[in-house]
Structure formats: structure tokens, C-alpha cells
Design a protein around this ligand. Structure first.
Ligand code: ADP
Length: 451
């Protein structure tokens, strides 16, 4: 039974399916000998590589490998296959007839031993794997590039960071410096404030002192004016009584008595003049003098004064030379100018020995008129020149007092000159003579407005 059943159930079976049945299998097949000669290759693989069978059978297996695969075949794959009898899932790069590359996974197995051995291989195309590998490679390259970019950006960031840090440090330093400068400035400010306060205090003190001085000056002027007035009344009375005595109203007067009356009268006049001058100075200094300014013909004034002093000139045998240009005129108070000229001429007369010469010269320049009164007199010592215009200053008090001097003439004259916008100066040499220069604003000069 079993035999019969077997005869019925088992269809006739191909014992050796042979290579031809694998011709169109869904993977490649090939067989090669121990020396690498290809002995069989299926149609699927031929199609994959673009060859005809006759082009490959009998050729060396390496023909369908790329160069790296050939090296791999010689050094690893074939020695492994030979030794172990099989090698699975080995990746090899195949070369098509047209020169293209086809990636494939190869499983190989050995049949037989030694030089008679044959090797059967299954070749599976790995298009996807190649694609994935390529993509992986591209992705890795992209990742590498990104990493490199990241590193570059990191480096840049680090540099920027360093720069920022350096700038921050610099800023901190500058801030520190500014802070120090601010402190210095504050200190300087404190110092300035203190100095300012000192200055203000000094100014206040100066103002106070000036006020005091002005008050004292005013008091002095008032005192002098009152006193002078009080003194003049009895002095005039003395003169009156002396005159009465001289006239013999109280009986006859002897010659020695007359001489004494004369001395009393001279002393009385001297005192009166002194008091008048003190009164004048006090008035000028207290600012109570008024100036009536107009165009003044200086030459005319000088000539008038010359006539007044003519008797004294003759008496002392002195020559007077007036050398003034025509039309020399000043913008001034005529009466005050006359007073100054009288003072200067009288002084020249007093301090010039008999036979000497007095010269009056003048000119106009830069809107100013200059009038010079020079003598060939005794002169003034240089150490006295800076104070000669101060009140009561006399070079030789004993001598000048004998000449009825008061030491006030120059002081009054200088104050009057200044009061009219001018000046009075002196140049002198002992034994040679002196020159007093009176400067006044010119009649039509610009300085008129300043005067
Ligand atoms: P006074 O003539 O009444 O003494 P001044 O003020 O006029 O007062 O003069 C002051 C002094 O200046 C005089 O005492 C004299 O010593 C000196 N002085 C003034 N003018 C002359 C001059 N032309 N030559 C020499 N000395 C002079």
C-alpha cells in the first residue's frame, strides 16, 4: 500500500533543477572556479551588468568588480571564502559594462576542496542601501559642515565675547576715571566756593573800609571848611585893627612900631592865604567844585597871567618867554586853568634865582593840549618827585615857608587838571630847572567827550 500510494501521490520531479531554472530568479547567480574564472552567470545578473553571457563566461570574476572591490576580493573576501567555505552579506561594488557602479550584497559558498573547488554566489542588488548610504553620507557631510559652521560661529561668538569683555573693562575703567574726575571737580568746586566766599568777604570788607574812608574824608572836608571859615573872621579883624593902629587912631606910632605892624600884616596875609588854599582843596576833594567847560584860548590866558606876574618878574630880574602857537585852545574851565597857570608861574618865579629864565611852550596832539612851564631854577630832588603833588609837601619847608608857601598849590593844581579831564606832571633836575606839563582835552578833540 504504501508503495502504491507513493506511486500515485508523487509526481515526476526534476532531480537537478540546474542553472537554467535560476536564469530569471529575482537575484543574480554566478559560479566561478578556484582560479577566479567565471563558469556560469544567470540572466538576471547579466541584465544587471549589461553583458551577454558569452562576454563573461571564461573571463575572470574581477572583470565585474570595481577596483576597490577587486582589492577587497583579493585581500579579504576570497581568502575568507577559501578558508571558511562561505562568506555572507559581503558588500561588493560591481562594474557594469557601460562603466557604471552597482552595489550588491553577495552570499558565497564553496563546493569541493583545493584547486577543484567551485564557488556559488547569490548577488542581491542593494540600490536602496546605496541610496541610503549616499544620503547618510550627504547628511553626515551636511552635519560636518553644520558642525564646522557652528564651531566657526562659536569662535566668532567667543571673539565677540572677548571684544565685549574688553570693551566692558575699558568702560569700567573710563567710568572709574570719570568718577575720580568728578570727585576732583567736586573738590575744585568746593575750593572755588571757599575762595569765592573769601573774595565776597574781602569785597564786603573793602566796601566797608571805602565807605568809612569816604565818610572820614567828608568829615575832614567839612571840618576844614568850617574851621577855615571860623579862622578867616578873626584874621580879617586882626588886619582891620592893625590898619587902624597904623593910621594912628590910638595916638602917634613910632618907626619900630610901624615895622612891627608890617610884620603882623605879612603874617596875617600869609595865614589868610593858607586858609584860603586849605578851603579850596577841601572843596575840590569833597567834589563840591563845579567846572564850567568851554573852548578856552590858552595863549590868551597865559598872556593875561603874564601881565599879572610882570612886577615880580622885573623885581627878580627874570625873563619870561611865551612861545605858543596861534589858536591853541582847550576844552576846559577858563578860571580853573588860569588858577593852575598862576600857581605854576608863581612857583617858577619863587624857585628861580635872579637872572634866570621862564619859558611857556605848548602844542596840540592827539586831541590834547599840552602847556609846558619850564624854569632854570633850583629843581626838585628826584626822591621828592613822586610826592610833590601831595598836600603840604615842600622840598625845603624852612626856606619856602619864608617865601610864604603853603605846600598846597601843586596839589590843588593837579586836582583841578584831573577834574577837567587832564593831568599835571613834572620833570626836574636839581640845579638845572623844572618843567611842569599841564595837559587838557583839546577844544575840538575827541577827548572832549571823556573830559
Ligand atoms: P608852595 O609853593 O606853596 O610851597 P606848592 O604845592 O606849589 O606849594 O609846591 C610844593 C613844593 O614844590 C614847593 O614848596 C617847592 O619845594 C616845590 N616846587 C614847586 N614848584 C617848583 C619849581 N618850579 N622849582 C622848584 N621847586 C618847586
Amino acid at each position: 500500500m504504501p508503495r502504491r500510494r507513493a506511486e500515485v501521490a508523487t509526481p515526476p520531479m526534476a532531480v537537478d533543477p540546474g542553472p537554467n531554472q535560476l536564469e530569471h530568479a529575482p537575484c543574480g547567480f554566478l559560479t566561478f572556479c578556484d582560479d577566479g574564472t567565471l563558469t556560469w552567470i544567470n540572466q538576471t545578473l547579466l541584465g544587471m551588468l549589461g553583458y551577454d553571457r558569452k562576454e563573461l563566461i571564461g573571463q575572470h570574476l574581477e572583470q565585474i568588480f570595481t577596483i576597490p572591490s577587486r582589492i577587497f576580493y583579493q585581500t579579504h573576501w576570497f581568502p575568507l571564502l577559501r578558508m571558511q567555505g562561505r562568506a555572507e552579506e559581503i558588500f561588493l561594488m560591481l562594474r557594469t559594462k557601460a562603466g557604471g557602479d552597482v552595489g550588491a550584497l553577495v552570499n558565497a559558498v564553496r563546493r569541493g576542496e583545493g584547486a577543484a573547488a567551485e564557488y556559488d554566489c547569490v548577488v542581491m542588488r542593494v540600490q536602496e542601501r546605496q541610496r541610503y548610504e549616499n544620503e547618510l553620507l550627504r547628511a553626515r557631510q551636511a552635519a560636518d559642515r553644520a558642525a564646522e559652521e557652528l564651531r566657526a560661529q562659536k569662535r566668532e561668538l567667543e571673539q565677540a565675547n572677548q571684544l565685549l569683555q574688553a570693551q566692558a573693562e575699558e568702560l569700567e575703567l573710563q567710568q572709574q576715571q570719570l568718577h575720580e574726575q568728578a570727585i576732583e571737580l567736586e573738590d575744585a568746586g568746593d575750593e572755588l566756593r571757599a575762595m569765592n566766599e573769601d573774595l565776597l568777604a574781602q569785597q564786603e570788607e573793602a566796601n566797608r573800609l571805602r565807605l568809612e574812608a569816604e565818610e572820614a574824608n567828608q568829615a575832614k572836608s567839612t571840618f576844614l571848611a568850617v574851621m577855615s571859615h571860623e579862622l578867616r573872621t578873626p584874621l580879617n579883624a586882626i588886619a582891620g585893627y592893625v590898619q587902624l593902629l597904623e593910621m594912628g587912631i590910638h595916638g602917634p606910632v613910632t618907626e619900630p612900631q610901624l615895622e612891627t605892624f608890617g610884620r603882623i600884616t605879612r603874617s596875617q596875609r600869609h595865614l589868610l592865604r593858607l586858609i584860603n588854599e586849605v578851603l579850596n582843596l577841601a572843596r575840590i576833594e569833597s567834589g563840591r567844585v563845579e567846572y564850567t567847560r568851554e573852548d578856552v584860548d590858552v595863549r590868551q590866558l597865559v598872556e593875561m597871567v603874564s601881565q599879572m606876574v610882570d612886577p615880580q618878574l622885573r623885581q627878580k630880574e627874570l625873563r619870561l618867554k611865551v612861545e605858543l602857537p596861534d589858536g591853541l585852545s582847550a576844552y576846559a574851565d577858563a578860571e580853573k586853568v588860569q588858577q593852575v597857570i598862576i600857581n605854576l608861574l608863581t612857583n617858577a618865579l619863587k624857585f628861580t634865582p635872579a637872572g634866570g629864565e621862564i619859558r611857556v611852550t605848548g602844542d596840540a596832539e592827539d586831541g590834547q593840549v599840552a602847556l609846558r612851564i619850564s624854569d632854570t631854577g633850583i629843581g626838585i630832588p628826584s626822591d621828592m618827585l613822586p610826592t610833590i603833588f601831595d598836600p603840604f609837601v615842600q622840598v625845603d619847608a624852612g626856606r619856602t615857608r619864608a617865601d610864604e608857601g603853603s605846600g598846597l598849590g601843586l596839589s590843588i593844581s593837579r586836582d583841578l587838571a584831573v577834574g577837567m579831564g587832564g593831568s599835571l606832571t613834572v620833570e626836574s633836575k636839581v640845579g638845572v630847572g623844572s618843567t611842569f606839563t599841564l595837559r587838557l582835552p583839546g577844544a575840538d578833540g575827541e577827548s572832549r567827550s571823556n573830559g
